[in-house]
Design a binder for this molecule. Structure first.
Ligand SMILES: [Ca+2]
Ligand SMILES: [Ca+2]
Ligand SMILES: [Ca+2]
Ligand SMILES: [Ca+2]
Length: 278
């Protein structure tokens, strides 16, 4: 009981944030949520009709979904654990998520309406940051079971867990390319966090960014040609894109817009992001 109580205080004290959509053509930012709670980690459904996100608006942290105009908000999880990091399957029928009971975190899956919850990892370490392969057969995730965070691949039912990275530094936020041929992730193996890609068997690990800032949370564009990522400099994140052919990178969001974890819209024209109004 004391532990749960303490967690709930921590959640309620998280920095307030909102979900917003940034239009890449007009450069306009539209807020979808307006409240004093932490609304985080939005991801667009593959058919474009819904956005999943997590929020501490109802005392415990839970997953929610809403329309891309901010209406029809539906709560998907209801227990005292912290549920976050929702990730859509390519067919839009299921959501992977992270279930944090305080001392342990695991990867779970449920139907898009919150029903039929199934636990996929059962390990005392912190397992999470999961994403699907495009064919829905595999799940890539991060775990600190060796003492630091490494990337692992397993079957979608949780069987056959295979370790892909062996860097002895933190590696996290793995995500499949749309064609399933690559996994992007971030790693601290070269001093600070940079964006990397590798083949789904762990071979051909290559660094894409190299600088003094924290580059995290990669997300492939729907056409597979670019990777969106968050860069932390001077305490704040901005969104950047790197083109995989030219290796050129550019900033997406203006300096004065404070953002967090973000994902492309299915049509590649917008980005849904965590947003800090102040
Ligand atoms: Ca909020
Ligand atoms: Ca909860
Ligand atoms: Ca675990
Ligand atoms: Ca960096």
């Amino acid at each position: 009981m004391p532990l749960l109580f303490f967690q709930e205080i921590l959640y309620s004290q998280r920095t307030p944030s909102e979900i917003a959509i940034f239009n890449l053509e007009t450069k306009e930012l539209v807020r979808l949520t307006h409240n004093e709670f932490a609304d985080e980690e939005p991801e667009w459904s593959p058919d474009g009709s819904l956005i999943v996100f997590d929020s501490n608006r109802e005392s415990s942290n839970d997953l929610y979904q809403m329309k891309p105009n901010g209406t029809e908000v539906i709560r998907l999880t209801f227990d005292n654990a912290k549920e976050d990091h929702g990730a859509w399957s390519s067919d839009g029928s299921k959501l992977l998520f992270q279930y944090d009971a305080g001392s342990n975190t695991d990867v779970w899956v449920m139907n898009r309406d919150g029903k039929n919850r199934i636990r996929l990892t059962e390990n005392p370490s912190r397992d999470g940051w999961a994403d699907w392969s495009p064919d829905g057969l595999k799940v890539v995730f991060s775990s600190d079971r060796t003492g630091n965070r490494e990337i692992y691949l397993m079957n979608a039912d949780g069987s056959n867990v295979t370790q892909l990275t062996f860097s002895n530094t933190d590696n996290t936020d793995p995500t499949f390319s749309p064609d399933g041929n690559w996994i992007a992730f971030n790693s601290e193996r070269d001093g600070n966090s940079e964006i990397y890609i590798m083949k789904p068997d762990g071979s051909r690990q290559m660094r894409l960014t190299q600088n003094a800032y924290y580059d995290e949370r990669p997300d492939w564009s729907p056409d597979g040609l670019n990777i969106l990522f968050s860069r932390r400099a001077n305490g704040y994140y901005s969104l950047w894109v790197i083109n995989l052919e030219s290796s050129k990178e550019y900033r997406v969001t203006p300096q004065d817009i404070k953002v967090g974890r973000a994902h492309w819209s299915p049509n590649g024209k917008m980005i849904v992001t965590q947003y800090y109004p102040d």
